[in-house]
Ligand binder design. Structure first.
Ligand code: ADP
Length: 173
């Protein structure tokens, strides 16, 4: 085997991938910022839309996946999927060992901390990594997007440009 082929094989074995899970109902520029920064750090980033049967969102799961796909066309190493089970089972199924999460204000910390500890208890081989929000996205969350749009507020700069029109139209009262 030539050295380049050997290196290519070794390289794919060494590929580091991470899963970025969430409800993404809908994706915001805060999420996109984490996705863009994560795609630079990891060889492959998988955005996982988790289905929670107790939480009926504004957008159906397939719509959320579609909105994310339309927002990440410029990112070649990012994939999107939906999953209806335990997050750690998804990671085990796809042979991935890193969960990527975003952190906004202190209020996120307690919830994120307990989720990370629970996942660590269930699957110690899986690591949760946190990425700090950018200053301009500190207060950006999907629930405020929905509220704002419902009352006809402008979502420019809050959700990705590629989906702005559709999200506004869909959520408007
Ligand atoms: P939310 O509905 O609160 O936006 P999600 O479940 O869709 O939350 O979020 C998925 C992940 O993205 C979580 O780790 C969350 O903390 C993170 N996240 C959400 N909004 C932002 C933001 N503005 N900046 C950084 N991380 C964020």
């Amino acid at each position: 085997m030539g050295i380049l082929a050997w290196f290519g094989m070794k390289r794919s074995l060494l590929m580091i991938s991470a899963v970025y899970p969430g409800s993404f109902d809908p994706i915001t520029n805060g999420h996109l910022d984490i996705i863009e920064r994560g795609s630079v750090i990891f060889d492959e980033l998988i955005v996982a839309v988790l289905c929670n049967p107790d939480k009926k969102g504004a957008f159906a799961i397939d719509e959320r996946v579609d909105l994310i796909n339309r927002s990440i066309v410029h990112l070649k190493n990012v994939k999107v999927l939906s999953y209806g089970g335990l997050l750690i089972n998804l990671l085990r199924e796809i042979n991935c060992r890193i969960i990527l999460r975003g952190l906004r204000a202190v209020s996120d910390f307690e919830n994120e901390f307990s989720m990370a500890l629970m996942n660590d208890h269930l699957a110690p081989e899986i690591e949760t990594m946190f990425m700090m929000t950018s200053m301009k996205h500190l207060y950006l969350r999907s629930s405020s997007i929905k509220e704002l749009a419902y009352f006809g507020g402008d979502l420019k700069d809050l959700v990705p440009d590629a989906i702005l029109y559709d999200v506004e139209k869909r959520l408007k009262k």
